[in-house]
Design a protein around this ligand. Structure first.
Ligand SMILES: NC(=O)c1ccc[n+]([C@@H]2O[C@H](COP(=O)([O-])OP(=O)(O)OC[C@H]3O[C@@H](n4cnc5c(N)ncnc54)[C@H](OP(=O)(O)O)[C@@H]3O)[C@@H](O)[C@H]2O)c1
Length: 248
């Protein structure tokens, strides 16, 4: 297997960290980004133990265009060439539509839609031909959850863009596909303000879905690995629903 270089945004926890771990374990070079220096450092240290692949970490708030451009510029200056990109950084702040604040709307759109959109644009000069881009979308694009209107819209918005980008970027050998996780046990629930009791209740509730349990980041990794690899070369704008059957 030839060593490749992948960048994973928001890889200090959850699905992003699990993805980076899998890539490092397979011997690939991985650049991870995060918005918190201490968490980034500890993720990089954990990944360095995980395998033979090299790990580079870069501070970058995916909701801040200046930081996105600075991150991309530093990679360009270092003459980095990326074989793939996982646009994973994301946030979820549940709020009913009747109470939805402009701040929540703007922040969710900034990180979940504008972030991946302009990260991909800024990183174009360092993407190889061919290169694979994987967007971590959500089951919320297909299945309605009360209090998730802006979150669903933010994910659907980038999925909408990928249809066009797959055409525009075809001549550069760039392909874009998405993974749509179902309810997955990560820090996203506690960051959303759920108590330990509510999180346990959520895991219990997931026992009724066809899979019979809540999903984990490890359930997402094979699909992401596949989409990054040359084995998925023929796919464009595919949406892999790794949702345990929840949206059926
Ligand atoms: N868990 C689920 O049920 C679920 C379901 C569907 C889709 N997803 C999607 O899966 C992706 C990963 O989420 P997760 O469940 O693994 O959540 P997580 O454990 O909270 O991980 C999210 C990662 O994104 C980072 N991040 C958040 N905002 C950022 C920003 N502004 N700039 C840079 N990094 C940022 C986080 O950094 P910090 O460590 O600093 O917070 C963390 O590394 C997200 O796009 C999410 O929408 C998750």
């Amino acid at each position: 297997m030839s060593q490749k270089h992948y960048l994973v945004t928001g890889a200090t926890a959850g699905i992003g960290l699990a993805t980076a771990r899998s890539l490092v374990s397979a011997g690939h070079k991985v650049t991870i980004t995060g918005r918190d220096q201490a968490r980034l450092r500890s993720a990089a240290a954990a990944l360095a133990e995980a395998g033979s692949g090299e790990v580079v970490s870069l501070m970058c708030d995916s909701g801040d265009l200046n930081q996105i451009r600075a991150m991309a510029q530093s990679l360009q200056q270092a003459r980095v060439r990326l074989d793939g990109l996982v646009l994973n950084a994301g946030i979820f702040f549940p709020q009913m539509f009747s109470e939805m604040t402009e701040e929540n709307f703007d922040q969710t759109m900034a990180v979940n839609h504008k972030g991946p959109f302009f990260s991909l644009q800024a990183l174009l000069p360092v993407l190889n031909n061919p290169a694979s881009v994987v967007f971590i979308s959500s089951v919320a694009v297909r299945k309605a959850f009360a209090s998730a209107a802006v979150y669903s819209a933010s994910k659907a918005a980038f999925e909408g863009a990928t249809r066009v980008l797959n055409l525009e970027l075809a001549e550069r050998g760039i392909r874009i596909n998405s993974v749509r996780p179902g309810v997955t046990a990560t820090e996203i629930q506690s960051k959303a303000g759920m108590t330990d009791e509510q999180i346990a209740g959520l895991a219990e509730a997931m026992a009724v879905q066809p899979l019979g349990r809540i999903l984990t980041p490890a359930d997402m990794v094979p699909a992401i690995d596949y989409l990054l690899s040359d084995a998925s070369m023929g796919l464009r704008d595919a949406h892999l629903d790794i949702d345990g059957g929840f949206a059926l």
